[in-house]
Design a protein around this ligand. Structure first.
Ligand code: HEC
Length: 299
């Protein structure tokens, strides 16, 4: 294999590896940025939902309890359940704000839409077996779309919760009329029954990360091809061509042919040095053979 081919192969392999590394780093960095961005947005949404839930429990619920809940069988979900208030207000929010989801994913819920799916059940299981774990985040696929999620456990931390989620016999009649008595009951004190989930779609950000990585890769390949073409032309003109010509000259000198054709070069590089050495060799051979060349100054 010629010098030119060897040189081009080495340069191509190294440049290709560098291009792949740059493309992959670009994808990784954009992906990291997308995840940080999704996390910030998810936490902001979660904190806002948390604040409105706190407002309900701290300020609204005591008044409702005092004024309206004399009759223990009266239950108006929109007024009396923090979970209904946050679910329904979130649904209104979601009408104008796309790309997010909020779910009170529960193992055995009163409201069927709150039923945890397989991924959420795993997260609930993790919260149950790690009581110290207060938040979890990650990425997962939902309905074919990639999401970043933040999960916080929902634990039955007060006896009060069991009034409606314990033995159905003791739950408000209105609640049983609306939700039935089959699901959402017989929960236990200190049990992790569910997880509040905020999902932030990262599908677009990931697609952008992929596209820009591919663009960078293709640009790198384009630059590589142009570089290879330039190196090819340069090697051909300045290295391989002159070496082939010089080797022909050396061969001719060795057989005493064309001894009057000067190989002298004005080029100040290694090839020029080689050409001038071969030319001196030609002159020496000429002298040895006691020949002289007409019209030529012997250098
Ligand atoms: C006055 C009755 C009542 C009390 C007390 C109550 N809940 Fe609920 N809870 C409900 C109702 C009704 C829903 C259904 C929400 C909906 O329609 O989205 C619900 C929903 C939930 C959900 C969502 C899953 C589901 O069942 O649909 C969780 C989790 C939950 N409650 C936990 C708690 C916890 C924890 C407490 C105590 C801090 C508590 N609840 C106290 C009535 C109550």
């Amino acid at each position: 294999m010629g010098i030119r081919a060897k040189f081009i192969i080495i340069i191509s392999v190294l440049s290709l590896l560098a291009t792949i590394a740059i493309g992959a780093s670009s994808y990784w960095l954009s992906r990291q940025n997308a995840l940080v961005d999704a996390k910030n947005k998810g936490e902001m949404l979660f904190n806002y939902i948390g604040a409105s839930e706190k407002f309900f429990s701290k300020y609204q619920y005591p008044i409702i309890k005092e004024e309206l809940m004399m009759d223990t069988d009266r239950f108006i979900p929109e007024l009396m359940s923090r979970f209904v208030v946050s679910r329904m207000s979130y649904d209104l929010f979601a009408e104008t704000q796309k790309g997010y989801q909020f779910k009170q994913a529960t193992k055995d819920p009163l409201w069927p839409d709150n039923k945890a799916d397989a991924g959420e059940l795993k997260i609930i299981q993790e919260f149950s077996s790690n009581p110290g774990l207060k938040e979890k985040e990650g990425t997962l696929m939902r309905g074919g779309e990639q999401f970043f999620y933040i999960a916080r456990p929902v634990k039955i931390d007060q006896e009060f919760c069991l009034k409606c989620h314990g033995d159905p016999a003791g739950a408000p009649q209105d609640q049983k009329d609306i939700y039935g008595t089959e699901h959402g009951y017989n929960w236990k004190l200190n049990e992790v029954v569910g997880t509040s989930m905020v999902y932030v779609s990262i599908a677009d950000a990931m697609a952008t990360a992929r596209t820009s990585a591919i663009k960078i890769f293709l640009l790198g390949i384009g630059c590589l091809l142009v570089t290879i073409a330039c190196i090819w032309v340069f090697l051909d003109r300045s290295v391989v061509g002159p070496i082939i010509r010089l080797s022909e000259t050396a061969k001719n000198i060795s057989i005493g042919k064309n001894l009057c054709d000067s190989a002298h070069s004005e080029v100040q590089d290694e090839i020029g040095v080689l050409a001038n050495s071969i030319d001196r060799l030609r002159v020496s051979v000429n002298k040895l053979l006691k020949r002289s060349c007409p019209n030529q100054e012997q250098k």
